[in-house]
Structures are given as structure tokens and as C-alpha cells.
Design a protein around this ligand. Structure first.
Ligand SMILES: [Fe+2]
Length: 148
């Protein structure tokens, strides 16, 4: 069971990195419509983190606070904080690459999970894949506007 807890904690860490990165980018964005779109995604990652935390506790495990702390101070979010005027496309690309990397890391971790835990993580993963499509849509929309 400890092995399951360890793997779930790593997946949870990824969610915290996502939450951290989206929150940082959101602080840099003024456009209200874009803000709302990104807030929706942030909200889903928060739900993923909550569900994972609950599962870890349900199977008798403990949430690894060290990993959570590391998640709150991700390299990416620190990088964004350093830009005083990051352009929107660059910020969105940071989110896109983060989601993409998060998905492949989580897919790798999936192999070590039992059926029940795999099911939970797969549900989260399918929403994360939707995020990629949403971000892609927003990026091409903005680029399209810039051309006109
Ligand atoms: Fe997520």
C-alpha cells in the first residue's frame, strides 16, 4: 500500500505544480475573458488535487508535505514572477508546456498504480488533455487576432 501512496503523492505533486503555475500566470493577466478561461482550468486542477489527497487518506496514507512544498515553489512559477511584463502568448506557452510535461510524467506513474487508483488518475488525465486543447484554441485565437 505504501507504494501506492508514494506514487499518488507524486501525482499530487504534479497537480500542485499546475495550481502554482496557473495562479502565477493569472496574476499577470488583465483580460477578463482569458482570466475566466484559465480560472476554470485552475479550478479543475484544484479538484484533482483534492480528490488525490482524499484517496491517499482513504487508503491510510499520509500526504507528503515536502512534495507539496516543492510544488508551491516550482521553477516555472518563479521564472514567471521574474518577468515584469510577460506577453500573453509566452505565458500561455508556459502553461501549455507545463500541462504537456505533467501529462507525460503522470502517464509514466500510471503504470505503478492498481486498478482503482489508476481509474482516478486517468479521469484527471483526460481533463488535463482537454486543457491542452483549450490552451491551443486560445493561443491560435490570439495569434489570429494579432495578424489582423
Ligand atoms: Fe490536473
Amino acid at each position: 500500500m505504501q507504494k501506492q501512496v508514494d506514487v499518488l503523492n507524486k501525482v499530487l505533486n504534479g497537480e500542485h505544480m499546475a495550481i502554482d503555475t496557473y495562479s502565477t500566470v493569472l496574476n499577470k493577466i488583465d483580460n477578463q475573458i482569458l482570466k475566466e478561461q484559465l480560472q476554470k482550468i485552475l479550478h479543475q486542477h484544484k479538484k484533482h488535487a483534492m480528490d488525490l489527497s482524499e484517496r491517499i487518506q482513504d487508503i491510510g496514507g499520509k500526504i507528503d508535505e515536502n512534495l507539496v512544498l516543492k510544488g508551491w515553489l516550482t521553477e516555472t512559477s518563479l521564472k514567471i514572477q521574474c518577468y515584469s511584463n510577460i506577453n500573453v502568448i509566452d505565458a500561455l506557452m508556459i502553461l501549455y508546456n507545463g500541462e504537456d510535461k505533467g501529462i507525460s510524467t503522470t502517464e509514466e506513474l500510471l503504470k505503478h498504480l492498481d486498478e482503482k487508483n489508476k481509474e482516478l488518475v486517468q479521469t484527471n488525465l483526460s481533463e488535463d488533455s482537454d486543457h491542452l486543447m483549450i490552451l491551443e484554441g486560445i493561443i491560435s485565437q490570439i495569434k489570429g487576432k494579432q495578424l489582423h
